[in-house]
Design a protein around this ligand. Structure first.
Ligand SMILES: Cc1cc2nc3c(=O)[nH]c(=O)nc-3n(C[C@H](O)[C@H](O)[C@H](O)COP(=O)(O)OP(=O)(O)OC[C@H]3O[C@@H](n4cnc5c(N)ncnc54)[C@H](O)[C@@H]3O)c2cc1C
Length: 384
């Protein structure tokens, strides 16, 4: 599918983003705030319910269209990291939730009355090896009692609901290490202060992310999503959409960096000529553009496969890898092109530079993508 198929979406998101100029995001970044007004506007316009089927009040768009929404936010100078959880977390509910859960949660999410921005998987001791998570949920009558700890869990303070992955059978009692984990919907208003403690982590990016401490948190048993013990599989099912959406954000960043570099290189005069007249300045910008365009093709390939209901694990991973690398390289080139001014907050480059760096680490680090391709595409032996 070509870009042109989404021109209406691009125009709509751009019009909305135009109300939130660079100065808005710069001020939010400086105060380490959350772009509430921007998120409210996105929700009110229905952009964040793009992937919720129409029967639940959403727009029922596919991944390609949803990815364009995320791309445009970043391309306009914003950061979809403040909201992207809302775009893909509902997919877990849609694919694996019961009819009752879908009817209860999806319509208010689509209407913007409930936010499902958070997914809690990562733990300090387990790291990337998710099968080693220690947070445990023990069934006790009509409730599960949760104990444990999570780290780097984003948007908890700006969400109503969170999807939680916890062990329901300890690792030593399962025959397959990916078994025995389950996912739950946590109502954050009920949980915080009643068994769940949230400790913010100040970090490189203005990204609201937290340590979570579970101390006998009680969750109604009806909040279990799908079957007990199959949670790891359910989380994996959502990763292709997540990776492809993040790839689109990186592509939006990449175009933003190249646009800014081109504008500056064309107007900044040093030695009596625009700096962009020098091949040493223009070639790296051209190279960054080429790499973004190539990553974009893989992103739409992943989207097309996903939307056709076909396997797209390889393409989603490759798109995420290529796009995160291309946007980071474009960020470096943009900063270099601006010389000293690239470091000034008022140019927004250092902010976007920090933001785009995240995507080589989260939500999946580059090495894990290499491991996936080596094992699942190339048939090399499993390395861990
Ligand atoms: C700002 C931010 C927001 C986040 N938001 C969320 C969230 O909302 N929810 C959530 O669940 N998580 C979230 N995360 C966590 C993120 O998904 C993890 O940080 C990421 O998956 C890497 O895990 P780790 O930090 O434990 O690194 P580790 O697993 O400790 O790995 C450290 C480094 O070693 C490499 N490495 C480890 N093992 C191997 C191996 N076998 N072979 C080769 N290389 C290896 C990794 O690739 C990585 O580069 C977030 C992280 C950040 C920084």
């Amino acid at each position: 599918m070509t870009d042109d198929a989404h021109q209406d979406i691009r125009d709509g998101v751009r019009t909305l983003c135009a109300q939130f100029p660079d100065a808005y995001f710069r001020a939010i970044d400086a105060e380490r705030g959350y772009p509430e007004a921007f998120v409210d506007a996105l929700i009110a316009a229905g952009w964040l319910s793009a992937m919720i089927p129409e029967e639940y009040g959403g727009t029922g768009l596919g991944l390609a269209a949803a990815s364009v929404i995320m791309e445009e936010i970043n391309r306009c100078g914003g950061n979809a990291g403040a909201v992207h959880g809302q775009m893909y977390n509902m997919g877990t509910l849609l694919r694996h939730g019961s009819d009752a859960q879908k009817r209860k949660y999806l319509p208010p999410i689509a209407e913007g009355k409930l936010r499902i921005q958070s997914m809690a998987v990562t733990e300090p001791a387990a790291g990337t090896d998710t099968t080693r998570i220690r947070t445990i949920a023990v069934r006790n009558g009509d409730r599960y009692v949760v104990n444990g700890q999570k780290v780097w869990i984003s948007r908890v303070q700006h969400s109503d609901l969170m999807i939680l992955l916890a062990r329901t059978t300890p690792l030593h009692d399962v025959t397959q290490r990916s078994a025995g984990m389950s996912i739950f919907i946590v109502d954050l208003h009920d949980a915080i202060g009643h068994g769940l403690t949230v400790r913010p982590i100040r970090n490189l990016v203005n990204h609201e992310t937290n340590e979570l401490f579970f101390d006998n948190l009680e969750i109604p048993a009806e909040n279990l999503i799908g079957e007990e013990g199959r949670g790891f599989r359910y989380i994996l099912d959502g990763l292709n959409a997540e990776r492809t959406l993040i790839a689109a954000e990186c592509i939006g960043d990449g175009y933003w960096f190249v646009d800014r570099a081109v504008k500056y290189a064309g107007t900044r005069v040093v030695f009596d000529r625009p700096i962009g007249m020098n091949q040493g300045v223009q070639f790296p910008i051209a190279e960054a553009h080429i790499e973004i365009e190539a990553a974009n093709l893989m992103r739409f390939r992943a989207c097309d496969l996903f939307d056709a209901g076909r396997p797209c694990g390889a393409e989603a991973n490759m798109a995420k890898y290529l796009a995160a690398k291309a946007s980071w390289e474009a960020a470096n080139v943009c900063l270099q092109t601006h010389g000293g001014f690239g470091f000034a907050t008022e140019y927004d480059i250092e902010r976007k530079f920090r933001e785009t760096r995240l995507y080589q680490v989260a939500p999946v680090s580059t090495n894990m993508i290499f491991a996936y391709i080596a094992e699942h595409v190339l048939g090399l032996p499993r390395s861990f």
